[in-house]
Design a protein around this ligand. Structure first.
Ligand SMILES: NC(=O)c1ccc[n+]([C@@H]2O[C@H](COP(=O)([O-])OP(=O)(O)OC[C@H]3O[C@@H](n4cnc5c(N)ncnc54)[C@H](O)[C@@H]3O)[C@@H](O)[C@H]2O)c1
Ligand SMILES: [Zn+2]
Length: 405
């Protein structure tokens, strides 16, 4: 038996934000990030729609990118004091993920961060509040997923919280919010979305329900991401839907080791002055992981199907895998994303000398590899890497060398 869980309602298309007016309750708290939603007027509009629905509205502002455990605890405290029956999170993956974790702590004040991280081990939510997510980036699809990613900065690592309990009740996918994204954000979040779809399609937990969503998302992203990056707003709108379809797939089919590696490398070099942004990490690691996973016959066939849907040609699965890798690397080039960590500049653009020095990378490699193997996303990867293989794979991601093992 398998379970397939999505939000009860998904409002999509231009103007979908207005559906906030249909929420029924007394008090709503809006959780947002650093200012983009306020700057572009979406926060005011959301507040106004909720007030029109007859609710008293409070704001929790300033949720940082890659949100911390501390922010989660602070937000939960504000929720305790205000007592909302709706939590409305607006923005990119960061504020929505943070709000999901705040929701758990609000419902269960004694729940520690460690308790939250027990995979599919959360107690029943919705005793105090329901959750509505409005996405403003086209990538994480956290508005429809059972995941929240929180960073423990003391340990320098990201922890996924995973449970269908935190799948939102209502998702709003309004492409107008995505129009204001700068190109770099389009690039990163878009490559995150195609990674979700590809990892879900080859995941050992895939099924017919998730396959349909994943493969269609891949086709849509291939056709629209680079155009969206170059300012085509019709393509930008399609991407907003495509990333959501990819999210519906991976929330139910789970992911793989591209994400395990991205989670464990994202913040581990933060002391050197930069993050490896989630989407960019995925974009760099995905071609390497495809080469690694393709040693598994079932995965290889599935990558072949993906290549067919992308109309890449190829006479057999080996050729198709190579063409798929080449296509993804070309997308990285078109989107100005580096191909490997050694060329990843502080500003996330390709640089001759990346911000992670070789000696630091090699020194931290065994720990990163160990934590990546232990990540919640590793279990559903088609091939289970040993410590030695994970270290080799990460080295290929650092130097951009070929994966031949
Ligand atoms: N929950 C999941 O299923 C899931 C999946 C993948 C990634 N994640 C996590 O999500 C986080 C990344 O989220 P993200 O990529 O959406 O970025 P983000 O939420 O961190 O936002 C990045 C920046 O973009 C700005 N921004 C957001 N929307 C904008 C818009 N429409 N116009 C202009 N600026 C805008 C924000 O203010 C912020 O400065 C990471 O922590 C990652 O680990 C979660
Ligand atoms: Zn992701």
């Amino acid at each position: 038996m398998a379970r397939f869980t999505l939000p009860r309602d998904i409002y999509h298309g231009k103007g979908a934000l207005e559906s906030l007016k249909t929420l029924k309750g007394k008090k709503a708290i809006i959780c947002v990030g650093g200012g983009s939603m306020k700057r572009f007027g979406f926060l005011d509009r959301a507040k106004q729609y909720l007030e029109e629905a007859g609710m008293e509205v409070a704001l929790f502002e300033g949720i940082e990118s890659d949100p911390s455990v501390e922010t989660v605890m602070k937000g939960a405290q504000v929720m305790q004091e205000f007592g909302p029956d709706w939590i409305v999170a607006i923005g990119g993956g960061s504020p929505i993920d943070a709000a999901k974790a705040m929701w758990i702590k609000y419902e269960y004040p004694d729940c520690t961060f460690e308790d939250m991280c027990k995979v599919f081990g959360l107690p029943e939510l919705r005793k105090k509040a329901h959750f509505c997510a409005v996405s403003s980036t086209s990538g994480t699809a956290t508005e429809v997923t059972a995941f929240s990613i929180i960073t423990d900065y003391e340990k320098g690592t990201k922890y996924p919280i995973a449970d269908f309990e935190i799948t939102p009740d209502v998702a709003i996918v309004d492409p107008e919010l995505a129009e204001t994204m700068p190109p770099k954000l389009v690039a990163h979040t878009g490559m995150d979305a195609i990674t979700h779809a590809i990892e879900a399609y080859v995941s050992t937990a895939n099924c017919e329900y998730t396959d349909a969503l994943a493969i269609h998302a891949i086709e849509m992203i291939q056709g629209t991401l680079v155009k969206s990056f170059n300012g085509d707003m019709a393509a930008r709108h399609s991407m907003h839907d495509a990333q959501c379809l990819a999210g519906m797939a991976f929330s139910n089919a789970l992911l793989g080791i591209v994400h395990s590696m991205a989670h464990k490398t994202g913040a581990v070099f933060a002391d050197l002055g930069a993050h490896i942004i989630h989407g960019a990490a995925n974009a760099m690691y995905l071609p390497k992981v495809i080469a690694f996973n393709a040693k598994d016959e079932t995965a290889k066939k599935r990558y072949g199907v993906i290549a067919d849907y992308m109309h890449l040609g190829g006479a057999n699965d080996d050729e198709k895998v190579k063409l798929l890798i080449a296509e993804l690397r070309k997308m990285n080039d078109d989107l100005k994303i580096p191909q490997c960590i050694s060329k990843y500049g502080k500003d996330s653009l390709p640089a001759d000398q990346g911000f992670v020095p070789e000696d630091v990378f090699l020194e931290r490699l065994p720990g990163i590899a160990e934590r990546a193997i232990g990540d919640a996303c590793t279990g559903s990867n088609p091939r289970q890497p040993s410590q030695e293989e994970m270290e080799k794979l990460l080295k290929c991601c650092y130097y951009d060398t070929e994966v031949d093992f």
